[in-house]
Design a protein around this ligand. Structure first.
Ligand code: ZN
Ligand code: ZN
Length: 357
């Protein structure tokens, strides 16, 4: 499927000259993957403003390159960035843009010896990655469908006496069984008072009647990361728990309803945050409303009260308000959606009605 990658490289090439450079050296592996399709632990890509791109990877991946991006010239070397910097110098590049957020000081010194003048390139590839093409959204849709099915499959396990770890490992095993590359991140299962910790590590606590249980997990498929959170009730829960659930659900709906192209990310955050603050729980919602997802689990745009920027069509984001009450428990509800001109497309479709198990 090389066409989208050819198109992505062309878009990047058009931006190289804007940075007063003759070529860009892409070293962040996730960005190399975005531009070539190659998933490798050692690769770099040289993208000239004019002319074909050159990939460099080591011998372990040479066969994969022939299958995945046969249209690309591939240099086989271990020191990928240095090899491409030397290649750039040889090809007459005078100013080489590089990903300064990825290159260590030590690697920079070595690059500077090999390369012509180095120019910081900023997060240009990450910015390109923000708006997805439909090929990417299709992969994300599958990742989210696997996530939904894993939730359904794990439901019979949710009963008093089962531990957080057992639930987390069951979710992760089912996702892989259903075709996921792997879990998109370390799954969170937080029961009872542990629900007050937004990123609780699942432990040996067993579910007990009266618990709210927050499960935050997702599948990675074709490199794309799904992210979903559901909070369920074990047996009879108290009124304050039900009220908390309804509050977070209302906030989540308000956030989803604010997802439009051109919407400012901090306005979307405020739409949900105001609902929680109006109920007197502003201080109990200590994180941003959501984040972009794609080849990374957290990527641009970040949505928080202190974030700038606007949404656009075809940008996948999460909407995940939560309220956390120290020592008592918490509720978080999260979906992955795609911003669209005719309203957001919901990718994680598991019901948000309070489920009592
Ligand atoms: Zn999550
Ligand atoms: Zn998330």
């Amino acid at each position: 499927m090389p066409e989208p990658h050819i198109h992505r490289r062309a878009r990047l090439a058009a931006l190289v000259a804007d940075h007063a450079a003759d070529a860009a050296l892409v070293t962040r592996l996730v960005n190399v993957r975005y531009l070539t399709g190659l998933d490798s632990s050692n690769a770099a890509l040289l993208v000239p403003a004019d002319g074909p791109a050159v990939l460099c990877t080591d011998a372990r991946y040479a066969g994969m390159v022939r299958d995945i991006c046969p249209e690309l010239e591939c240099v086989v070397e271990r020191a990928t960035a240095i090899a491409l910097a030397e290649r750039a110098a040889h090809d007459g590049v005078r100013r080489l843009a590089f990903e300064s957020h990825d290159v260590t000081v030590e690697a920079h010194d070595r690059l500077a010896e090999a390369a012509p003048a180095l120019v910081p390139f900023g997060h240009v590839v990450e910015e390109l990655r923000r708006v997805k093409d439909e090929e990417e959204i299709a992969l994300l849709r599958t990742a989210c469908a696997i996530t939904d099915r894993a939730f359904d499959a794990a439901l019979p396990l949710l009963r008093p006496g089962v531990t957080e770890r057992e639930i987390a490992t069951a979710l992760e095993r089912v996702m892989v069984d259903l075709g996921a590359d792997k879990p998109a991140f370390d799954s969170i299962v937080a029961s009872g008072p542990n629900g007050a910790v937004p990123h609780h590590h699942p432990g040996d606590r067993a579910l007990a009647p009266g618990d709210l249980v927050t499960m935050d997990f997702g599948a990675r498929y074709g490199g794309y990361h799904a992210d979903m959170t559901r909070t369920v009730a074990v047996g009879r829960i108290a009124d304050w728990q039900r009220d908390l659930y309804d509050l977070v659900w209302r906030a989540q709906r308000a956030g989803v309803d604010a997802l439009w192209p051109e919407a400012e990310t901090k306005v979307v955050d405020a739409a949900a945050r105001d609902v929680i603050a109006d109920a007197g729980h502003g201080d109990d919602f200590p994180h941003g409303l959501g984040h972009g997802v794609g080849l990374e689990i957290h990527e641009a745009p970040l949505m928080g009260y202190d974030k700038t920027g606007k949404l656009e069509g075809r940008v996948p984001v999460t909407v995940e308000p939560g309220v956390y009450l120290d020592g008592r428990g918490g509720v978080r509800i999260e979906d992955t959606l795609v911003v669209r001109r005719d309203g957001p497309e919901l990718l994680t479709q598991t019901s948000k009605e309070l489920l009592v198990v």
